[in-house]
Ligand binder design. Structure first.
Ligand SMILES: [Fe+2]
Ligand SMILES: [Fe+2]
Length: 339
């Protein structure tokens, strides 16, 4: 396995060496062999342009989802029903900011700056997960997001810990540990409501009714219409298809819903003995496409809030850059500063 400290020389072209293109076939071969052997590709290794572009697109979308995902839950921090719940929710929302930072850093190892990625998010040229364009109407939504949305995220992200690109895989190991805590806090919150007063139980059921289908959409389009899947599987960025992961999530969620004393809003949901999996109803992909196009209930609000937060944080970035420049002057360090 390649390490950051000692990149494999057989996959590392001499920087700017003339004739580097003549070596492309050899580099491609070394890359293919490394991927086939389950070795990690590291930032200084040669990689195909399309592999790099795919990773930047995926990691950026993932990073954007982490920081936009802070908004629907932060909406409830001031109204959490107890100090304990408030402390847990604040920790969770802070974790999501941290996930965004790990991921923007992973994208930077591919030669893309954070400013560029944020600019693409703010101008709508890059997407974030469509799930965060739904509103959090009641306190129970915090539980439903933790249980279902973080639960779906874990199902998607655990296989990414074995992604062929080293920095992304290592970021995912840490993120997945924190996502498990998020999922458990959501489950525990819903359990308390489900076993509470009839009104609390109804509130929990209503939240699950609204978040179930959007959670299933988080796995992306069905395999037969997923444009990037096959190549990503070949590169071992992705390990399982969208439909496989969606099925895994449904199979895990059904017994958990039973333990919660809540129902899932799908009359077609039933165990299929022959397949060894749960069958479930058809997903409304028209809704998914509309939300993706920007027509979800909160698209406008989320991006406006994100731009405002970015503008209001300008002084922090300027102060950090000034501090770094001063530090560079006193030590001779000339590392780039982040505006
Ligand atoms: Fe996260
Ligand atoms: Fe999370």
């Amino acid at each position: 396995m390649a390490t950051a400290a000692a990149p494999r020389t057989d996959r590392t072209p001499a920087d700017g060496a003339p004739g580097a293109t003549a070596d492309t076939a050899a580099h491609q071969h070394a890359f293919d062999t490394a991927v086939a052997a389950e070795e990690r590709i590291e930032p200084r290794d040669w990689m195909p342009d399309a592999y790099r572009a795919t990773l930047v697109r995926q990691i950026a979308q993932h990073a954007h989802s982490e920081i936009i995902g802070m908004q629907p839950e932060a909406n409830w921090i001031t109204r959490a029903p107890s100090l304990r719940r408030k402390a847990i929710l604040m920790a969770k929302v802070q974790d999501e900011a941290g996930h965004g930072l790990y991921l923007y850093s992973a994208a930077e190892t591919l030669g893309t700056s954070r400013e560029e990625l944020l600019d693409k998010l703010h101008s709508g040229r890059q997407k974030y997960s469509s799930i965060f364009n739904y509103p959090t109407l009641t306190w129970a939504d915090v539980g439903a997001i933790g249980w279902l949305v973080d639960g779906a995220a874990i199902t998607n992200q655990v296989p990414l810990c074995r992604c062929s690109y080293g920095p992304y895989a290592r970021a995912m190991v840490r993120i997945c540990k924190e996502e498990s805590f998020h999922q458990r806090q959501g489950y525990e919150l819903l359990l308390a409501l489900s076993q509470g007063t009839p009104e609390q139980h109804a509130m929990a059921q209503d939240a699950v009714d609204r978040w179930w289908w959007p959670s299933l959409m988080m796995f992306g389009p069905p395999d037969d219409s997923s444009q990037h899947s096959a190549q990503s599987m070949e590169w071992k960025i992705k390990r399982h298809s969208n439909d496989e992961l969606r099925q895994r999530f449904v199979d895990i969620a059904v017994p958990q819903a039973e333990s919660l004393g809540l129902t899932l809003p799908d009359p077609d949901l039933k165990w299929n003995e022959e397949r060894g999996h749960h069958d479930f109803g058809a997903i409304d992909w028209t809704e998914f496409k509309e939300v993706l196009k920007g027509n979800g209930p909160c698209n406008e609000q989320r991006i406006t809030q994100r731009r405002r937060a970015h503008d209001e944080g300008a002084w922090v970035r300027e102060a950090a850059a000034a501090h770094a420049a001063k530090h560079a002057g006193s030590t001779g360090w000339t590392g780039a500063t982040r505006a």
